[in-house]
Design a protein around this ligand. Structure first.
Ligand SMILES: [Zn+2]
Length: 364
């Protein structure tokens, strides 16, 4: 039997026991399959689908009856310290489970026409953050380490949601942590805890947004500032101000590749001269699923993989802006070498992944 079928059977069996058993079985299964999120989705025929996101892909495990789900959702709300009487408004909470391993579970509930949809994000304790473990080429690691030695400027990670930007940013901080610097981070929310650095969470309900936190950071004598994401002009402006006044700033931006990040910065109001003088490096990345070594092709009953894939590998492209002539005329022709597509071809040629997966991740 395949992994998903075995797991679905376990969940079905535990549904006949107590709600506590059902919850623990779902969590155990999600952790066992290295899922990042558990989705509980009410459907129209009084049933609720249980789905896991694994290596970026949603897999449907099984379906439970709505009557059982209503008990499960109360259990989740109690665990996450939420109001069990509210069913028509979104709610956010979290809880920590001790078994099978200590995991922080972040809960979001969203009302839908068929009932409350729940997503539980499983935040793993990442041990030993290390630049060498991200899948970067050795030349790329060297460029990154040299860029981290600079005392000021902005380093941007780029990619869609789920491309591993957060882990990359924290791995860069873990490297910097060795050099006795005052490192301060602003995130929404804080997904990874690092010892010996100061981490602040965005709380918009009390007007503690990125610009507000950054203004305070600048009065806290920082060497390095990490901003979870630059989404607006205001945050970008303060980030650039920090990056040009003796601080190393790390952040991320939501675009597809390194050159498109330059366009986004222009769109947010920066001119090419400021971009060139303040941005040290743009790193674009994706996570690509690796083909399973135990089965040749999509055997539904392989016990080591899902749909023929097992595990992910990061692919990266680095753009050092000081190596390029940047002005409004050259902006369209700037490219990283190697590009994401070059690294992807290399992985296909070495049978680490396949064409189908690369098309899914990078598009045509
Ligand atoms: Zn397999």
């Amino acid at each position: 039997m395949g992994l998903l079928i075995t797991t679905a059977t376990l969940i079905k069996q535990s549904a006949k026991k107590t709600i506590r058993d059902l919850m623990q079985t779902i969590i155990n299964a999600a952790i066992g399959l290295a899922a990042s999120d558990i989705h509980l989705c009410p459907q129209q025929n009084n049933s609720v689908s249980i789905k896991f996101r694994i290596d970026g892909i949603i897999h449907t495990l099984t379906v439970i009856e709505q009557a059982l789900y209503l008990q499960l959702i109360v259990h989740i709300k109690v665990l996450a310290n939420l109001d069990i009487t509210i069913t028509n408004k979104p709610q956010d909470g979290s809880f920590i489970i001790a078994k099978p391993k200590k995991t922080n579970c972040r809960v979001n509930l969203c009302p839908t026409i068929f009932g409350q949809r729940a997503v539980i994000r499983l935040i793993k304790e990442i041990q030993g953050l290390d630049l060498a473990k991200l899948g970067l080429l050795s030349d790329q690691i060297e460029i990154l380490i040299n860029t981290l030695k600079r005392k000021q400027g902005l380093i941007l990670t780029v990619g869609p949601t789920g491309s591993g930007k957060t882990v990359t940013l924290y791995s860069l901080l873990a490297h910097l942590k060795k050099s006795g610097l005052n490192i301060m981070t602003a995130c929404d929310p804080v997904e990874i805890h690092l010892a010996d650095i100061s981490q602040t969470a965005v709380k918009t309900e009390i007007n503690l947004d990125y610009p507000e936190i950054l203004r305070t950071f600048l009065r806290q004598d920082p060497d390095v500032i990490m901003i979870g994401e630059i989404r607006d002009e205001k945050t970008l402006k303060i980030a650039i101000q920090a990056a040009t006044t003796g601080h190393l700033v790390l952040s991320s931006i939501h675009t597809s590749n390194a050159p498109s990040a330059i366009n986004r910065l222009c769109y947010l109001g920066l001119d090419t001269k400021t971009i060139k003088s303040s941005i040290n490096l743009i790193l674009a990345q994706r996570l690509v699923r690796k083909t399973c070594k135990s089965c040749s092709q999509k055997q539904p009953d392989c016990n080591f993989c899902l749909d023929g894939y097992h595990g992910v590998i990061g692919i990266y492209e680095l753009l050092e802006l000081n190596k390029h002539k940047l002005n409004s005329a050259t902006i369209e022709s700037i490219k990283a070498t190697p590009q994401l597509s070059d690294i992807a071809s290399h992985l296909i040629n070495n049978n680490i992944t396949n064409h189908e997966e690369i098309t899914r991740v990078l598009g045509e």
